[in-house]
Ligand binder design. Structure first.
Ligand SMILES: NC(=O)c1ccc[n+]([C@@H]2O[C@H](COP(=O)([O-])OP(=O)(O)OC[C@H]3O[C@@H](n4cnc5c(N)ncnc54)[C@H](OP(=O)(O)O)[C@@H]3O)[C@@H](O)[C@H]2O)c1
Length: 233
C-alpha cells in the first residue's frame, strides 16, 4: 500500500489552542510552499467556517450556465500546474459551495470525499455541478483508503492537512501523519475547557498513550512567532 506523506499544519497559541486568537495569516500561508503539496485535506468544519459566509449554498435548481462538462483532475505527472487539489471529507454532504470553491485560484482541482451514507440528494448535487467525488467508507471517511486512492488515482505524494483538532486527531490517532508543524503564536488564547485545540483524541478521553514527536527543526520568525516542525515517532 502506498500512501502520501501527511503533514498537519496549524497555527496555535502558547496554550495549544487553534482558534480564538489572531493568526498571522500572511506568515501562515507564506510557509505553505515549504511542502510543495500535491493536495490540501481540509475538514468540512474548516471549509464551512472559512467560506460559507462568502458563498450562498448552491442548489440543483440553479445550475450555473457557465458550468463545464466536467472538472477532471489530472494526475500530478500529467500536469505542469503546481497548485494542489482541495480534498474535503464530507460524509454528511454539508459542503454545498463546490462551484464557488472550484472557482478559487488556490487549487487546480477539487475533490469531495463521500461515503455510502452520504445523502443521495447531495451526490445528485455533486454530479449536477460536475464536482469529482470518491466514495471511501461506509459511514465516515476511511482515511487509509482515501489516502491510498489519492496516491493511486492522482499521484498525490504529499498532502497538507488544513483542519481543526477533530480531523487532525483522527489522522494522528490512526498513525497516518508524518509531520506535525506548528506556528506557535505568543498568545494565551484561553477559552473554556472545550475550546478547540490542535489534537483532539477521537474517543474524547485520549489515545492509548501519548503521541511522541521528535523535533525536526525550530525557527524563530517575526513577531515572536516560532515555527516548530516535528516528526511523528
Ligand atoms: N489554527 C489553525 O491552523 C487552523 C487550521 C484549520 C482550521 N482551524 C479551525 O478549526 C476549526 C474546525 O475544526 P473542527 O475540529 O471543528 O473541524 P474540522 O477538523 O475542520 O472538520 C472535521 C472533519 O473531520 C471529519 N470527521 C469527523 N468525525 C470523523 C470520523 N469519526 N471519522 C472520519 N472523519 C471524521 C469530518 O467529516 P464529516 O463532515 O464527514 O463528518 C470533517 O471533515 C475551525 O474553527 C477552524 O477555524 C484552525
Amino acid at each position: 500500500m502506498t500512501r502520501p506523506k501527511v503533514i498537519v499544519y496549524n497555527a496555535t497559541s502558547l496554550d495549544g489552542r487553534n482558534t480564538g486568537f489572531p493568526v498571522d495569516l500572511g506568515l501562515y500561508y507564506g510557509l505553505v510552499s515549504t511542502w510543495k503539496e500535491h493536495a490540501t485535506l481540509a475538514g468540512s468544519g474548516t471549509i464551512l467556517k472559512a467560506d460559507a459566509e462568502e458563498a450562498p449554498p448552491e442548489s440543483i435548481d440553479a445550475i450555473p450556465a457557465d458550468l463545464p462538462a466536467e472538472y477532471a483532475i489530472l494526475p500530478v505527472s500529467e500536469t505542469d500546474d503546481e497548485r494542489g487539489i482541495l480534498v474535503v471529507p464530507d460524509s454528511r454532504g454539508r459542503v454545498k459551495i463546490w462551484h464557488f470553491l472550484r472557482s478559487q485560484e488556490y487549487w487546480r482541482g477539487v475533490l469531495s470525499l463521500c461515503t455510502e451514507s452520504t445523502p443521495p440528494d447531495h451526490i445528485a448535487y455533486l454530479e449536477a455541478f460536475a464536482i469529482p467525488y470518491l466514495i471511501v467508507g461506509a459511514d465516515k471517511v476511511d482515511y487509509p483508503l482515501a489516502l491510498e486512492e489519492l496516491n493511486t488515482r492522482f499521484g498525490v505524494e504529499t498532502i497538507r492537512v488544513d483542519s481543526g483538532g477533530t480531523l487532525n486527531g483522527i489522522l494522528i490517532s490512526q498513525g497516518l501523519v508524518d509531520e506535525v508543524s506548528v506556528l506557535l503564536h505568543p498568545t494565551l488564547a484561553g477559552g473554556d475547557k472545550d475550546a478547540s485545540r490542535l489534537f483532539i483524541a477521537p474517543d474524547g478521553t485520549g489515545v492509548d498513550g501519548a503521541v511522541d514527536l521528535e523535533l525536526l527543526s525550530l525557527e524563530p520568525l517575526e513577531g515572536g512567532i516560532v515555527w516548530f516542525r516535528y516528526g511523528v515517532v
